[in-house]
Design a protein around this ligand. Structure first.
Ligand code: NDP
Ligand code: 8X3
Length: 252
């Protein structure tokens, strides 16, 4: 029987790369996101290329009802989730605290904290009876530091850090592993989303350096799942070689 991974935000970036990596390694894959066309395309690709089962689920993690319906109504054979990659998230805008859009703040809080927590709790409830499972939460270097104009995004990622610690403590009796993965700058759709389609602003983020790509992060996440049952990586920061942290870059 194949292991099962559930990946939120699998229509782009890290989530999509994780779907490919885990499917290539023989996992059956539950992929989620809002963009149905991408979910359908990826489903066909994974099934054809890797001969694994794929279950695409379209929902918005900001909707509590949608999350609970999707997870509670999983067909029985898909409830045996071994790994959750709790990845769906975004930065919206990059503005001074006093000028930032409240809609942007709501989108980040609702997605990166509330949606993230709804997913983690509902999947943890499926893992608990089996006393087995691995939750991988996508934080960021912005979970460790706060940078100018990062205000609410950094706050949401600090919340991911706090909630990862909280899950690790409260899920300890069930031997559920909780790993927080904190990437630095990675060239995905992230910056295009943050700057609302402004490609010049988005590309500037990666000026003069070779940033991470989604496959780098997927490889690292997958590695965390390959360790023996008694070993858990709790917290992992990964940056490209030209980035030290939120502040120090060596741009050429
Ligand atoms: P992308 O923008 O490439 O992908 C984001 C994914 O999240 C998409 O699949 C999107 O799917 C999904 N998503 C966003 N909002 C929602 C929502 N409300 N409901 C359901 N799905 C949603 O970004 P990345 O892959 O780069 O980012 C993934 C995670 O990693 C995020 O949490 C991000 O904060 C974090 N991160 C990113 C870094 C980077 O530099 N790229 C660095 C550090 C952390 P859809 O639009 O179809 O719903
Ligand atoms: C994404 C990386 O540095 O733009 O979380 O916040 S950063």
């Amino acid at each position: 029987m194949n292991k099962i991974v559930l990946i939120t935000g699998a229509t782009a970036g890290f989530g999509e790369a994780c779907a490919r990596k885990f499917a290539a390694s023989g996992y059956d894959v539950i992929i989620t996101g809002r963009r149905l066309d991408r979910l359908e395309r990826l489903t066909e690709e994974l099934k054809a290329q890797y001969s694994v089962d794929v279950l695409p689920l379209r929902f918005d993690v900001r909707s509590r009802d949608a999350v609970l319906n999707a997870i509670n109504e999983l067909p029985d054979q898909w409830k045996r989730i071994d790994v959750l990659i709790n990845n769906a998230g975004l930065a919206a805008g990059k503005d001074d605290f006093d000028k930032a859009s409240l809609d942007d703040w709501d989108a980040m809080v609702d997605t990166n904290i509330k949606g993230f927590a709804y997913i983690a709790q509902s999947v943890a409830q499926l893992m608990i009876p089996r006393k087995k499972g691995h939750i991988i939460n996508l934080g960021s270097v912005a979970a460790k530091q706060v940078y100018a104009q990062g205000n609410m995004y950094c706050a949401t990622k600090h919340a991911v850090e706090a909630l990862s610690q909280a899950m690790r403590i409260d899920l300890l009796p069930y031997h559920i592993k909780v790993t927080a993965v904190h990437p630095g700058a990675a060239n995905t759709e992230f910056s295009t989303v943050r700057f609302k389609g402004d490609r010049i602003a988005a590309d500037k983020v990666y000026d003069g350096m070779i940033p991470l790509v989604a496959a780098d992060v997927a490889e690292t996440i997958f590695y965390c799942t390959t360790l023996p049952d008694h070993v858990c990586i709790n917290d992992l920061v990964i940056t490209c070689t030209q980035q030290a942290d939120c502040f120090y870059y060596d741009r050429k």
